[in-house]
Every structure is written in structure tokens, then in C-alpha cells.
Ligand binder design. Structure first.
Ligand code: ZN
Ligand code: FE
Length: 252
């Protein structure tokens, strides 16, 4: 199976590349130059877009101008006018040898989709390693539901997130669940990867289930931390998730 390759862009973005023989998939090209450089003499087979934010789509016009016949898959959102194919929840996207299913993952934005298949998931800014996207447009209940859907994928699924936020996320995760030994190990691994300027991604769904506090709002230790932070125990998973998300928003 082809291993997805993260191309660094801007401050902390990753544009994902997947290759198998002549087939090449480009996901969330926020910038064209690093993609064109990496493609060399080859061309993309298709472009996938998870959501409308500039750091995920600003490279698309230049790629489209260069390869006008390459299909551009994106959620049905007028803020992504350049798309040639619209996808919504449950749609199957077939590209070269690959087959992906679109999963609606609202929360960070209303129309965000993840593309799941071939043992991996391109999840945009919905889930990050040890974290999740900020709630710019959706509600905590929506985001929690989106994360639950991603967390239900097979444990060995490779999680291809679009930002290198893992080290900062690890600091918050350790603050809310200091007794989690799997998290401690992941944090140490992340520190050594970052010390070598290496990507901490892809992660796996198994690792996130064990370490990511936003998938662990049922953990007794996290509930205890939240009760301390809020001054009262959260009532139910949605309140726990909402409290965790807003705590993280202000965490430095
Ligand atoms: Zn975003
Ligand atoms: Fe982003």
C-alpha cells in the first residue's frame, strides 16, 4: 500500500501526496509551489479538498491552470468555487487505483468532509494528532459527533491531518490527563520527531483513541480535570467536550 507523504507548506500546514505508480493524489494544496516542486515531471490524477480555508485551497487555481483536466473534489460550498466535482456524506470518490468515502465532519467549518479509504483518512482540520480543530462554524455537539465518526474507523487507519500542531497539543493533553502513560510515550516520540524536524504524522486512530483528550471525554482523569477547571463536574459528553475545547482555546 502506498504511504501518504506530507509536504510542508506555510508555517505548519501539510499538503498530502499519495502515489501509486502513475497515480498521484494531492490533498488540500494551500500552496502550489511545493506541490509542483514535489511532482517533478509527473502530474496529479486528482485533487481533494476538505474545506474552504485559504491554507487548504489557495494553491488550487495555479494547479488547475497547469492541469485543467485534473478533477477537483470538494464539499458543496460556494466558498470553493473552483471545484469540478462536489462530494457529500457517503459519496464514493474513485481515483486511479483508490476508492475513498466522504465523511461529513462539521465543527471546524460547516461543510468540511474527510476522505476515508485505502487504510487512511484525510481529515483536514477536523481531528489533529492529540487535538481537534477550533470551532469556527459548528457546535461542540457537531464536532464531537464528527470526531466519534473518525474514531470509529479501524484502529490501524492512518490519520492524515493538515497541521503540525502535535507538540503544542501534547502539552495541553498532558495537562488534562497527566496519568496517561500512552500519552506520555506519544509526547516523548513527538518531541524527538520535532527535534529532528520530522513530521509527527500520519498518526493512527488507535494512537489517538489512547492519547487524544478530545476522543477521551469519558476518561475519569479528564472528567476530574474538567470538574476542577469548571468548578463543577460536566454534565454529559457534550458539555465535557465543549469545556475541553474552550479550555484549550485559552491554553498557553
Ligand atoms: Zn481550517
Ligand atoms: Fe487549516
Amino acid at each position: 500500500m502506498a504511504r501518504p507523504d506530507p509536504i510542508p507548506a506555510y508555517e505548519d500546514n501539510y499538503i498530502w501526496l499519495l502515489r501509486d505508480g502513475p497515480a498521484t493524489l494531492v490533498v488540500d494544496p494551500g500552496d502550489a509551489a511545493p506541490v509542483i516542486a514535489r511532482l517533478g515531471k509527473t502530474r496529479p490524477t486528482a485533487i481533494l479538498i476538505t474545506h474552504h480555508h485559504w491554507d487548504h485551497i489557495d494553491g488550487v487555481p495555479e494547479l488547475h491552470a497547469r492541469w485543467p483536466d485534473v478533477p477537483i473534489f470538494a464539499p458543496d460550498d460556494p466558498r470553493i468555487p473552483i471545484a469540478t466535482q462536489r462530494v457529500s456524506d457517503g459519496d464514493v470518490v474513485e481515483i486511479g487505483p483508490w476508492r475513498f468515502e466522504a465523511i461529513a465532519v462539521p465543527g471546524h467549518t460547516q461543510t468540511q468532509v474527510a476522505y476515508s479509504g485505502e487504510g487512511l483518512v484525510f481529515c483536514g482540520d477536523s481531528m489533529f494528532s492529540l487535538g481537534c480543530g477550533r470551532l469556527f462554524e459548528g457546535t461542540p455537539a457537531q464536532m464531537l459527533d464528527s470526531l466519534d465518526r473518525l474514531a470509529a474507523l479501524p484502529g490501524d487507519t492512518l490519520l492524515c491531518c493538515t497541521h503540525e500542531y502535535t507538540a503544542a497539543n501534547a502539552r495541553f493533553a498532558l495537562a488534562v490527563e497527566p496519568g496517561n502513560t500512552a500519552l506520555e510515550q506519544r509526547a516523548a516520540q513527538v518531541a524527538s520527531l520535532r527535534a529532528n524536524n520530522a513530521a509527527t504524522l500520519p498518526s493512527t486512530i488507535d494512537s489517538e483513541r489512547a492519547c487524544n483528550p478530545f476522543l477521551r471525554v469519558d476518561s475519569p482523569e479528564i472528567l476530574q480535570s474538567l470538574a476542577k477547571h469548571l468548578g463543577h463536574p460536566p454534565e454529559g459528553r457534550v458539555e465535557a467536550f465543549a469545556a475541553l475545547r474552550s479550555w484549550k482555546d485559552g491554553f498557553r
